[in-house]
Every structure is written in structure tokens, then in C-alpha cells.
Design a protein around this ligand. Structure first.
Ligand code: SF4
Length: 178
């Protein structure tokens, strides 16, 4: 499918930013992946989408490199300040809804696609990790960071902002495809 048509689908998903992604700017870095181990989100070792369940960094790098095209997306929302936890969570919820909806839309037209979101996969309330296989392997999404991508750098190299100021919260994701 032509990039123009794919961009149209993604543009209809409500994101504040939609931009064609230059996949040559994607580099899986072990030092980014290692930040997951701090486990501020509580998903490290608890979801198939997150380390170590999502595979070694080399495997993630190989998966990224399979795809010659991509689209970057962002949800940008208002918050009072960096301590506005409720506001931050509202923006995150909005981003995840858009991201999962967009993944589902793109899956209808793309046979092979890798969605990388912002945070671990929350499609199921309880993940099957590590006792049983993922329930939706074609729809589950890891975070860009779990795949070692330094998101601020990816944004910069693709000419989109990453930090929108102290009263804004931004969540970034991408879709990679053939
Ligand atoms: S789709 Fe469900 S089982 Fe698979 S990684 Fe996401 S939460 Fe876990």
C-alpha cells in the first residue's frame, strides 16, 4: 500500500503529530534498553512486550531492520505541571487508545507490521507472561525504548519536537512496515 494511503489511515486516528519515519534513523541501543530495568512502569519482566520477554537487543534490532518504511505518531496533551499525575495519565490513556486503534486499522491492510508504542503492552489486563504464549502476538506492542530506541533522538532526526514545554505531555510511538 502506498505511503500516502497509510498516512491517511494514521491521520484519521486522532494523533497530534503524524510524520513519515526515516527508518535509517533507528538504532537499537543497549543503554536505552537497560533503562527499562529500573522498572518505573512496573512492567519489566511482567509482560511479553517488555524485557526480557521481548527478546535480546540484537533480536529487536533485527526485527526493526526488517522494515523499510515507517510512520511516527505523537499524542500531545495539556498538563498543569510535571507533578500533575492525573493529567499525565489522561494523556497516556488517550495515546494508548489511539495507538491500539491505529494498530488494528493498519493490521487490516498490512500483512506484516511492527507497532512500537510508549510503554509496555496493556491490551490484556493480565499478561500471560511467562506461563503461556501471548494472546495477541500480531497486535501486541513493545515500547520504542524496550527495542533500544532513543526516542528524543529519533524525533530530532525526523524533524519533529519531543519536548513541548512544561505544560504539555507528549507520548510517541511508531509503526514499521514493508
Ligand atoms: S497482548 Fe496480552 S498477552 Fe500479549 S503482551 Fe499484550 S498484554 Fe501480554
Amino acid at each position: 500500500m502506498e505511503m500516502k494511503e497509510l498516512l491517511e489511515i494514521v491521520n484519521n486516528c486522532g494523533f497530534e503529530t503524524v510524520a513519515e519515519l526515516d527508518v535509517s534513523t533507528l538504532k537499537a541501543l543497549l543503554e536505552v534498553r537497560e533503562m527499562c530495568a529500573v522498572n518505573t512502569c512496573g512492567m519489566y519482566g511482567a509482560r511479553w512486550s517488555c524485557p526480557p520477554g521481548c527478546g535480546e537487543i540484537e533480536e529487536c534490532d533485527a526485527k526493526i531492520k526488517k522494515y523499510p518504511r515507517g510512520i511516527l505518531v505523537q499524542t500531545v496533551g495539556d498538563i498543569e505541571d510535571s507533578l500533575d499525575f492525573e493529567g499525565i495519565m489522561d494523556v497516556k490513556k488517550k495515546h494508548d487508545e489511539r495507538f491500539y486503534n491505529c494498530t488494528d486499522q493498519l493490521k487490516k491492510v498490512l500483512d506484516d507490521m511492527l507497532p512500537l508504542g510508549d510503554g509496555g503492552c496493556t491490551r490484556c489486563k493480565e499478561c500471560t507472561y511467562p506461563d503461556a504464549p501471548c494472546r495477541f502476538p500480531k497486535l501486541a506492542s513493545s515500547s520504542m525504548e524496550a527495542f533500544g530506541l532513543y526516542v528524543a533522538d529519533v524525533c530530532k532526526k525526523n524533524h519533529i519536537a519531543y519536548n513541548y514545554g512544561p505544560d504539555k505531555m507528549c507520548y510517541t510511538g511508531c509503526f514499521l512496515f514493508h
